[in-house]
Design a protein around this ligand. Structure first.
Ligand SMILES: Nc1ncnc2c1ncn2[C@@H]1O[C@H](COP(=O)(O)OP(=O)(O)OP(=O)(O)O)[C@@H](O)[C@H]1O
Length: 338
């Protein structure tokens, strides 16, 4: 995705990009066999990115290149054909709501194949069994059951079997484990890890917290108010966040331990503006300025997502990415004198 922007406002109103866009100027690459995590608070644009990629919402600007084709520019019949092909599939957060309760497991897993219409009836039945086996379910025991006869973990496995039945190249999972208990969470995350290896899938996992992605994602993109503010290999991002918002996320997550590269754990109170600091407008400035203790005059412009020097593969959209750590001590003194 390059410069991808999406607005749900009517086209005339959405013409002024940046204000009110659900997603603004997003750049993201996902490669086959890779798991990319997406984190960010509610309403930050994570699902919008997924919906634009599968062709459910039309981008306002930018491109989505999939296997060499700009799928963001597809219209009409070409767009319907792309969606029917099932090359990009979505797994939703809550399988109980996303699976039709009147269909059997076999019907549910076969449905995307019926829509794609490329396999014979016999091949589709075989593909259903194969997909169920791939997610660790016994086809003979599961085929005729309905969603209400399954446990939460089994339902999520059926959702994944359904999504992989067309053998997609890219799988978007929107909070795939947030409706599950801890043991099922690990099972489903391990399953996604196994599928990306066995099927060579590119997987994008949307999550609320960074720590749930630590064991599975190769890279992570951090969203804040419709923008990607940081991107990079997950362990490096966790160990030494470049954006003050990512730093706040890691400092606020007790399960994220600082690694060898980070001398001391940052504390959340070091990463919020001291009382009485300069108020920032909500629009037209860096999206994080209002909540950033390090914001200064340069932050009246939204920074672009740029490579971080001497850190291959890492990007941050922050005017003070290279300097905010140096100000942590002084910032504490300012707070104490206030
Ligand atoms: N169908 C829609 N119509 C209008 N606005 C929408 C629609 N869907 C999302 N939005 C708005 O777009 C912005 C981004 O929403 P999005 O669902 O992409 O966020 P998210 O990061 O996925 O949130 P969550 O973690 O709650 O799923 C939000 O301000 C949201 O209110």
């Amino acid at each position: 995705m390059r410069g991808l922007s999406v607005s749900y406002a009517p086209p005339r109103k959405a013409a002024s990009l940046g204000t009110g866009a659900a997603l603004a100027d997003a750049d993201l690459d996902v490669r086959l066999g890779e798991v990319v995590g997406i984190v960010g608070e509610t309403g930050s644009g994570k699902t919008t990115l997924a919906r634009a990629t599968v062709g459910l919402v039309r981008p306002l600007a930018g491109s989505i290149e999939f296997a060499g084709e700009d799928v963001g520019a597809l219209r009409g019949r070409a767009l319907r054909a792309f969606r029917r092909s099932g090359q990009v599939q979505l797994v939703f957060q809550d399988p109980l709501r996303s699976l039709d309760p009147d269909l059997t497991v076999a019907d549910l897993v076969r449905e995307p194949l019926d829509i794609a219409g490329t396999l014979s009836r016999r091949d589709r039945a075989e593909r259903v069994d194969e997909s169920l086996r791939l997610v660790g379910l016994d086809p003979d025991a599961m085929r005729d059951r309905q969603p209400r006869e399954l446990s939460g973990g089994q339902r999520q496995r059926v959702s994944i079997a359904r999504a992989i039945s067309t053998r997609p190249r890219l799988l978007f999972c929107d909070e795939p484990v947030s409706a599950l208990d801890v043991s099922n969470r690990n099972l489903v995350l391990n399953l996604l890890d196994q599928l990306r290896r066995e099927l060579g899938l590119a997987v994008v996992i949307i999550a609320h917290d960074l720590s749930s992605l630590a064991g599975i994602a190769d890279r992570v993109a951090v969203f804040y108010r419709g923008r990607i503010v940081e991107q990079g290999p997950i362990h490096e991002v966790l160990e030494r966040p470049a954006h003050p918002y990512t730093a706040l996320l890691t400092a606020s997550a007790p399960s994220v331990e600082p690694g060898a590269g980070q001398s001391a754990r940052l504390r959340p109170e070091q990463l919020v503006p001291p009382a009485g600091s300069r108020p920032w407008p909500t629009d037209g400035v860096c999206v994080f300025a209002q909540r950033c203790p390090f914001a200064h005059d340069a932050c009246t412009d939204q920074p672009a997502l740029l490579p971080i020097q001497r850190a291959p593969g890492r990007l941050a959209a922050c005017h003070v990415a290279a300097s905010w750590r140096d100000r942590l001590g002084g910032h504490q003194a300012e707070r104490e004198s206030a």
